[in-house]
Design a protein around this ligand. Structure first.
Ligand SMILES: [Zn+2]
Length: 363
């Protein structure tokens, strides 16, 4: 057997091969794995060594595998000792991808862009600053007046379930005539499936700078100079806010299988800004409408942020606007559920037309 991670979003971890069995050591912060096994036996046993944190992320989801390099599914893991889980894989052609997150990297984004270019209603923009770039899909012609919705995934590169949700949103808009027409009536929609693409091939879970430092990129919204990708997205969103046109903004994340629920959330206060009773009621209504029929969907409405500098914290504290975040669960569900989640969000979004309460100053 030979193992490689020399492809987009590939990540290797320490492993040992004994006859028809591979053991991966995913302990202590090494729970991201995405490798290709070549010359594998027809029946391959895979063992994972997991610490407590890795167990929370992976057990309820299973091991992600693909024997055609294209479609991915989860195989259940069986516990064999205190820190070891295993599964038996059938390998029809001698090659199999093994991963702990549903792979989505630049290759997935490239394929999406190729598959969804060339419509009269939609187009791709590239936000660009020197050699850094972030592709942004837009539905609808911008007349400078319409409401603008932002759906932003991949702030944390390895939270790939979120990118799969955004991927399907774009595909269903591109191919689904009815939903496209509904959504375009009152608004334009901007979808960013992967805003932290440069770290998708690293084992670090968030954002990796050019000098190989791992930082929590999603929490840099409040900084004077966020990393370039976040800075470009932030300036787009702030421009829309200043035009008084912001509608539904949601960042799309995934805590893997840690929670069994897909949680939609906003916060009631940030800094000296606190939502009035009326705005709280409105925000809760929006969340309940948006989460309707989303698989495993739940709504959370905490008093304040769990980590400072995240988009909804910065945007409420600094600009007094309400924005949202969702954590897509990978517990007991895979790509079909991520797609269903994307479609439900769009259908639900098309039923809301009044976004004035996003803003604190109603005068
Ligand atoms: Zn995240």
């Amino acid at each position: 057997m030979k193992l490689t991670s020399a492809f987009d979003s590939g990540v290797m971890q320490p492993f040992e091969i004994v006859e028809d069995e591979i053991t991966f050591d995913l302990k202590s912060g090494r729970n991201i794995l995405n490798v290709l096994v070549e010359e594998a036996p027809a029946k391959l046993r895979v063992k994972l060594l997991l610490d407590k944190n890795g167990q929370k992320f992976i057990i309820g989801q299973g091991l992600i595998v693909s024997d055609d390099g294209f479609s991915f599914s989860a195989k259940p893991l069986e516990q064999v000792s205190e820190d070891t889980w295993q599964c038996m894989l059938s390998v029809p052609e001698g090659n199999i991808r093994i991963a702990t997150r549903y792979p989505y990297g630049r290759d997935g984004l490239d394929k999406l862009i190729c598959d969804t270019c060339g419509s009269s209603d939609s187009r791709w923009f590239i936000l660009r600053e020197q050699h850094r770039q972030v592709p942004m899909f837009q539905l609808g012609q911008d007349d400078g007046k319409k409401t603008v919705h932002y759906l932003i995934a991949g702030e944390d590169a390895w939270e790939t379930a979120g990118s799969w949700v955004a991927d399907e949103m774009i595909r269903s808009i591109y191919y689904g005539y009815d939903i496209r027409k509904e959504l375009m009536k009152n608004a334009i929609i901007r979808i960013l499936p992967l805003i932290s693409p440069y770290s998708a091939t690293r084992e670090k879970g968030s954002y990796t700078t050019l000098d190989d430092t791992g930082i929590y990129g999603a929490a840099t919204w409040g900084e004077a100079s966020p990393p370039p990708e976040y800075a470009m997205v932030k300036s787009k969103v702030v421009e829309t806010i200043q035009q008084g046109r912001l509608g539904f903004m949601m960042t799309i994340h995934s805590w893997q299988a840690q929670s069994e629920f897909t949680g939609l959330e906003t916060i009631k206060s940030s800094g000296d800004k606190k939502l009035s009773e009326a705005r709280q009621g409105w925000a809760l209504d929006v969340m309940q409408t948006m989460i309707d029929r989303v698989p495993g969907g739940k709504v959370y409405f905490p008093e304040c942020i769990w980590h400072p500098g995240l988009a909804r914290d910065y945007l409420l504290g600094e600009h007094d606007v309400i924005t949202f975040r969702v954590e897509i669960t990978t517990h007991s569900q895979g790509i079909e559920a991520f797609r269903e989640t994307g479609r439900c969000f769009l259908e639900n979004l098309s039923t809301i037309s009044d976004w004035r309460m996003v803003y604190g100053d109603q005068s």
